[in-house]
Structures are given as C-alpha cells and as structure tokens.
Design a binder for this molecule. Structure first.
Ligand code: SF4
Ligand code: SF4
Length: 493
C-alpha cells in the first residue's frame, strides 16, 4: 500500500515544465504491426557494442541470438521477429555521437515464428548468479533510457553491502506516458519482476516511487503489491529530474550520492519499472528483450498513442500507424523533450531505451535564436548537480574540454534544466553533450596512443632481448669452435 509516513527529502534545483501528457495518458497500450524491415543496432546500451553471430542471407527465428556481448559491460541483441538478414553494416541510429552504428537489417517473413526457448525454472529456486546470467542472456538493459546492462547491476551485491532496491516509476519527462500505462496495465508482472530482483540482490525491501500526477499507476501498483510487505509504494513530488537515479535516491533517503560514485555506495540499487517487467518476462517466460512500450506524441502527430513495438522498428512506421503528421515538425526526437536525442531521419529505429517519439511543432518548442549570456545565474540555481553551467558552456564553446571538465562536465547528467530556464535561449545541454562525447573520444584516443607506445616499447625490448640472445649464442658457438679447433690441433700434434 502507499506509504504515508515516509519522510521525503528535497532535491537541489530542478524545474517544473508543463507535463503535456494529456494526449496519451489515457491511451491504452496497443500492439504496433510488425514492419517489413527492422534495423537492429549493435550498440543499444552503455558499454561495448555486441558482435554479430549471424551472416547476411541467413534465416533467423524470433528470439534467436543475433549478436553476442563483447566484454563485461555489453549486452546481446536478438531477432525481434523471424525473417532474413539482408545486411550487416553501418546505419543511422539514435546515438549521442550522431554517428552511424553497426546495424543488422532483418526482413520480416511475416510468420513471427519463435526459436525454441529454454525451460522455465521458478526463479525463487535459482541462485542469484543464475538469475543474473539469465537477465544478461536476455539482453536486458535499463529501460528508463540509461541502458546500462541490468545483469551488472543485479550483481552489485557481490561488491557492495546493499540494503534497498528503489524502483523508478517517476516518469518525470514531459509528454511520455509509456511507464504510466505499463504500471496501470501490467502491475502484477512488474511486482513479480521486483520480487525476483529483491531475491537476486539479497535486499530487505523495495520502494516504488511514482510521481503524484499518476494516481492510476499508484493505485494499480499498490493493489498488486498489497500482499508483499517488503514492497512499498510512494508518491513523489512532480519535479524534473525526479527520475534521475541519484536524485530519486536523495528524495527517498536524504542521502546524496557523491559525484562519480554509485548509489550502490549508499547501499541502494535503482531500476526502472519497465526493466522489472522485462525481468519478469525473461525469468517466467524465457523471453529475451525484443519489444518495449513507446509513447508517440507531440503537436505534429495526428493520432498520438502508446504502443508495444519491436526493437528496431523504424520511426516512420510509428508515424504512419499514427495517421501521419499534421504539419512538418520543428523537431523530431527519440525520447522526451528534455533528454531525448534529435533524430537524423525517420528511417532511424527505436532501441531498447527509447520511451518516446516526439514530433514537436514550433509553437511547442518556443524556438528563439540564442543571445549572449547575461550572467543571470538562473542555470546555476536549477542545476540539480550543483554545477556552474555558464562556466562549463563558455569553456566547451571555446573548445577547452579540460577546462569544462574542471567545472564538472562529466558530472552533468544532461537533464537539460539549465537550457530550459536560460533567458538567452543558449542550448547549454547541447554543448555539454557534444563536449562529453568529444572528451570521451579524446581520452579514448589518448589511451590508444599510450597503448601503441607501450606496445612499441615492449616490441623494442623483445627485439633487444632476441638480439642479445643471438649475440650470446654466436659467442658461445665461436668459443665452442675455437675449443674444437684447439682440441684438433692438439690431437694432430
Ligand atoms: S541562464 Fe543563460 S543567461 Fe543566465 S547565466 Fe546561465 S547561460 Fe547565462
Ligand atoms: S544539463 Fe547538466 S549542467 Fe544543465 S542542469 Fe542538468 S546537470 Fe546541470
């Protein structure tokens, strides 16, 4: 039942944008028809891209492994339906870098035929490590948009003293209603996923936090959780970015996660409601992550709605299904208006972390040309991470990435609160996203250069050792020959 007595703590900064959820919050989830072509990027998660295990021309079944993870922080991808692989190559994708990503293109055969799946075991009879492995094999990543591989988070109990699981049902991004609808329509499955996570992590309790503007979801989840005293439900204030992991933790516990630390350092793990649902499906039905709920909305969409769609479905397919566009959108986004990625084209597909497709009109965007900074400090006042966005921006704009980093660039959660309030309409968060990408690239290049230098030095050392060994062998051979000669001349004398 909803907790009444739990004390909530204030978070620093944040903003209160218009929710704009009216167009879809009462629209039940419906299945989007399978498109003819699915584009499945191999990098849909934080970490290393997956490596293909199929070839062009191969026929695959729904749920079949298409690409395996590379490294610890990675995730596999599976065929969302049955059909033929028609290409494996770079394709435009909703990635922060804006660059094309290795992508498998699958032509559906229209049969939607499943591969044989593993037998289902009661997760409460399984060891935590077995559950984490099953979650990893299912390719589940943070469905709230963070896309961090969920199995890695489920294994944190091995390294941290964990006490609590927080389930993020805040859905603080304007326009998006996918989590709200999932909570209202699949509350039992979500609660089951949460119980599996409690068992896996070895924590005593879970708190489900839902923003107070979702009474239907609070009610449905509270009813489903009623028989489980270890699961509590709480309505949290409507404030952006309440759904940020660290800020939700602070709201519920009063504990602030230090910069570059994890909530696990405080004994807390945070997962999204849709991730709990995906874990239920993986453990109870042996289903990998093949689909997700997507809100399609914005002033330029004819018939907005919430859809269950296969991963890899092109954005154009959603727009067509929603009756097309009423006008040319001023901005097309994958995700919400605060943190969403601008879409390079409607051919780009949805990925595991895509909660929404937004086609926004000029009127909705309040588009204005940027003007010089007036040093009003509004951006500083709203930054939930306590950063100085104006200073970071001036360094980032000047190309001084290290200077921006000194002001906390890598601690920025890209929430966009600073851009939202800036009276000069400076696209601050865009500078930060670009600068973070460029800095990561620079660091990667530096590491690569250092690695090359190390390999060259190691090779030179190896060659020198070989030369030395050769010299020593020759000297030995010379000495042996001289000895042999001496012996021969002594014998003949
Ligand atoms: S809000 Fe905009 S104008 Fe005000 S200090 Fe920040 S960057 Fe400058
Ligand atoms: S985008 Fe970054 S700098 Fe701007 S308010 Fe959010 S955390 Fe602060």
């Amino acid at each position: 039942m909803p907790i009444r007595g739990l004390k909530l703590f204030k978070i620093r900064g944040g903003v209160h944008p218009n929710a704009n959820k009216d167009a879809t919050h009462d629209k039940p989830i419906t299945d989007l028809p399978i498109p003819e072509l699915l584009r499945i990027p191999l990098l849909q998660h934080i970490g290393s891209p997956a490596e293909p295990v199929v070839k062009r021309g191969e026929h695959v079944l729904k749920g079949q492994l298409l690409a395996r993870p590379q490294g610890v922080i990675s995730a596999p991808v599976h065929a969302p339906t049955s059909g033929r692989i028609i290409s494996i190559g770079k394709f435009q994708a909703p990635h922060p870098s804006g660059l094309p990503v290795m992508t498998i293109t699958l032509k559906s055969d229209g049969k939607d035929e499943w591969v044989d799946s593993d037998a289902v075991t009661d997760p409460f009879d399984m060891e935590p490590a077995e559950i984490a492995e099953k979650v990893s094999d299912a390719g589940i990543v943070g469905m709230g948009g963070a896309t961090f591989p969920s199995a890695v988070k489920l294994g944190l109990g091995n390294r941290y003293q964990l006490e609590k699981l927080i389930i993020n049902g805040a859905e603080c991004e304007p326009y998006l209603t996918c989590d709200d609808r999932l909570m209202q329509e699949s509350a039992d499955e979500i609660i089951d996923g949460i119980r599996i996570m409690i068992h896996t992590l070895g924590v005593k309790e879970a708190i489900i936090a839902i923003e107070k503007n979702k009474p239907g979801a609070i009610n449905a989840i509270s009813v489903a959780a009623a028989d489980y005293p270890e699961i509590k439900v709480i309505g949290v204030p409507v404030q952006y970015p309440m759904g940020s992991e660290k800020h939700l933790t602070q709201t519920l516990t009063g504990k602030e996660t230090p910069a570059r630390a994890l909530t696990a350092d405080l004994g807390i793990v945070v997962h999204n409601v849709a991730t709990a649902y995906a874990i239920h499906q993986a453990l109870r039905q042996s289903k990998p992550l093949l689909s997700r709920i997507v809100t399609v909305t914005g002033g330029a969409i004819s018939k907005p709605g919430n859809f269950r769609a296969l991963i890899g479905t092109p954005v154009s397919h959603f727009i067509e299904h929603c009756g097309g566009l009423t006008e040319e959108p001023a901005k097309l986004l994958l995700g919400g208006p605060m943190m969403g990625q601008p879409l390079p084209s409607t051919k780009a597909p949805i990925i595991k972390g895509s909660g929404g497709i937004l086609a926004l009109t000029e009127k909705e965007l309040r588009l204005k040309n940027p003007s010089p900074c007036i040093r009003c400090a509004s951006c500083v006042n709203v930054c939930p991470c306590g950063l100085l966005p104006l200073e970071m921006a001036s360094h980032a704009r000047a190309g001084d990435l290290e200077g921006a980093a000194d002001f906390g660039l890598m601690d920025c959660i890209s929430c966009g609160s600073c851009s939202y309030v800036c009276p000069s309409h400076i696209p601050l968060v865009q500078y930060f996203n670009y600068a973070k990408g460029a800095l990561t690239e620079k660091q990667r290049a530096q590491h690569k250069q250092e690695e090359i230098k190390r390999l060259i030095a190691a090779r030179a050392e190896r060659m020198e050792k070989q030369k030395q060994a050769k010299r020593e062998a020759m000297a030995r051979r010379k000495a042996e020959m001289a000895e042999k000669k001496k012996q021969q001349s002594e014998a003949s004398a």
